[in-house]
Design a protein around this ligand. Structure first.
Ligand SMILES: [Zn+2]
Length: 77
């Protein structure tokens, strides 16, 4: 069960991109795989046990600290 810390980006870096809004208290998405992703700012779990495809390229606004996160493998191919 790999667990990853997401990378924080600036609002301007996310301009024009689809941003998913996480709501504090529950993961934004859960199930379908075995990868867990945590907010790079406050360590809240944003994606729990999701598939890699689900997380790939995701931009998520943390509902707890309000910061923007991208998944850490974004630039790997
Ligand atoms: Zn956070």
């Amino acid at each position: 069960m790999p667990q990853f810390t997401m990378i924080l980006i600036d609002e301007k870096d996310a301009e024009g991109a689809d941003i998913a809004d996480h709501v504090a208290g529950a993961p934004f998405r859960e199930g379908g795989g075995d990868e867990t992703y945590r907010c790079g700012g406050c360590k809240t779990r944003l994606l729990v046990n999701v598939s890699h495809a689900e997380a790939h390229g995701a931009i998520i606004r943390c509902g707890k600290c309000g910061r923007l996160n991208i998944e850490p493998h974004h630039h790997h191919h």
